[in-house]
Design a binder for this molecule. Structure first.
Ligand SMILES: [Zn+2]
Length: 276
């Protein structure tokens, strides 16, 4: 990892509010922003989704998910109907959204934006929401252009450069890369993310040495580090880049982990919105 990337618990903290808990990041602690990354405690979902499952697409009772989403909205202080979310497909499609798209995917998965893994808005009160359980959520904020973004990337998105694609898309919306702050949510860490040859071969050659570790016949991928390298290459300043210190697979007491659960589990949500 490049030396100066902030990776300390001081730069992220667990906040308890309204009976639930979520992570907040110092890099996004701007009074004009609402943001958070949910933990799994404090919701109404039953096993195997216990407790605060925020994904409508994983087989949980939609009524439970809606109640959990309302709890997150109340705790963070946004209007739940202002949420825009998408049907994530491990792709790199990025869509700019605004007030017209509010509520898409909020109550029903069927009307979430299809085939989309990245969202950008320049409009206040629009609440971007994305979901993960081991994958990385990438939060973007340009305080000068007053623009936010949120993206989802597992290994497929990371090898395809989802982070750098978000940077380019945000620059097309008026952002400047030197102003962009980027936060990587908790995700499965290099300690736990054993990958097969399909993944190893997909990692761009120039990053391989830094993000793949071999142990016997096995390879372990440092998924967030791959995204850090991609973002640095795209011109994000090291001082504006923060990577969470948590591994979702190590900390199933706090987070959902798709891999640790064998596939059937809930989803955390990332939220970002501008108040004005
Ligand atoms: Zn781990």
């Amino acid at each position: 990892m490049p030396k100066n990337i902030k990776k300390s618990r001081e730069a992220e903290r667990i906040v308890a509010a309204g009976g639930i808990r979520f992570l907040q990041f110092t890099a996004l602690a701007d009074e004009g922003l609402v943001h958070g990354f949910s933990l799994r405690q404090g919701g109404v979902s039953l096993p195997p989704y216990e407790e605060l499952n925020l994904g409508l697409h994983v087989g949980d009772d939609p009524g439970f998910v809606r109640e959990n989403r309302n709890r997150l909205a109340a705790a963070l202080g946004y209007v739940p109907e202002n949420v825009v979310t998408c049907r994530q497909v491990h792709g790199t499609v990025i869509r700019r959204v605004g007030v017209k798209q509010r509520s898409l995917g909020h109550l029903n998965y069927a009307d979430a934006l299809p085939g989309t893994d990245g969202l950008i808005t320049l409009e206040p009160h629009v609440v971007l929401m994305a979901h993960a359980a081991d994958c990385t959520l990438l939060f973007f904020y340009d305080p000068e252009a007053h623009c936010i973004g949120l993206a989802h990337a597992g290994w497929r998105g990371a090898v395809a450069g989802m982070g750098s694609r978000m940077v380019e898309a945000m620059c097309q919306c008026g952002c400047r890369r030197e102003n962009l702050r980027v936060v990587l949510s908790p995700s499965i860490g290099p300690c736990c993310y054993q990958v097969g040859s399909e993944v190893v071969e997909a990692v761009p050659g120039r990053f391989r040495q830094q993000v793949l570790q071999q142990a016997g016949n096995s390879f372990y991928l440092d998924l967030p580090e791959l995204q850090v390298l991609d973002l640095l290459e795209a011109g994000i300043k090291e001082s504006n880049l923060f990577r969470s210190s948590y591994c979702t697979h190590c900390r199933t007491d706090l987070f959902y982990s798709y891999r640790a659960a064998g596939g059937l589990t809930g989803r955390m949500a990332g939220i970002i919105s501008m108040k004005w």
